[in-house]
Design a protein around this ligand. Structure first.
Ligand SMILES: Cc1cc2nc3c(=O)[nH]c(=O)nc-3n(C[C@H](O)[C@H](O)[C@H](O)COP(=O)(O)O)c2cc1C
Length: 187
């Protein structure tokens, strides 16, 4: 069977009950000009290890500029406004997943608000959520708390945070850390 693929969604080769969904900024970032963001690298490693489907959240109206400084302003304003930027496309069959790994960069103790748009847009009943983030020092702090506050009925497994720089410069190390973490949480 040919795997389903669109610009933002890549199905695993065999049918998977696990989705990895993420947002990742591109362009001029804290660690240089990136054509592929740090969280994109981490999300791909996680999806690869899990043989999971992969979906990228991309704003439908260029909400997130490709430049660090304006992005800082937007991200702060979005937190103040509790904004819910909309994204392009969607996963073809969200109902089929029992586990949803969701990640993004740490932005002032939140994910980019587009991640919350995705979570609120879908019926998460009986789904296990697993958070991940890339960061420059703050880790998952705040992100995991917000997630359990927002979705108290869901089972939420221990997440992972990886220094964004490492995802560009030391992928083999990141793979090892991800493998160990997955072994730990999958028991
Ligand atoms: C708007 C903005 C806010 C950020 N806030 C934080 C933060 O609060 N804590 C932190 O450790 N890193 C922060 N960073 C750094 C990013 O989390 C880090 O570079 C991340 O790996 C970027 O991932 P991405 O390339 O997938 O977007 C921030 C970066 C941006 C652009």
């Amino acid at each position: 069977m040919k795997a389903k693929k669109s610009k933002y969604f890549t199905a695993a080769k065999s049918n998977s009950d696990t989705l990895v969904v993420y947002f990742s900024a591109k362009g001029l970032q804290a660690n240089g000009v990136l054509t592929k963001g740090n969280t994109a690298n981490l999300a791909e490693i996680i999806a690869d290890e899990l043989h999971a489907d992969l979906f990228e959240l991309v704003s439908n109206d260029n909400h997130y500029p490709d430049d660090y400084r304006p992005l800082i302003e937007i991200s702060k304003k979005d937190i103040e406004d509790n904004a819910r930027p909309m994204y392009l496309e969607d996963v073809p069959d969200f109902n089929k997943y029992s586990k949803v790994y969701i990640g993004g960069p740490a932005w002032f103790f939140y994910w980019p608000m587009i991640n919350y748009t995705f979570l609120e847009k879908h019926d998460l009943t009986n789904k296990t959520l697993v958070p991940f983030a890339t960061h420059a020092g703050s880790g998952l702090k705040g992100i995991d708390d917000h997630l359990s506050q927002m979705f108290p009925k869901n089972k939420i497994l221990k997440g992972i945070s990886i220094n964004g720089f490492d995802t560009q410069t030391d992928k083999e190390h990141v793979k090892k850390v991800v493998k160990n973490w997955l072994n730990e949480i999958q028991g």
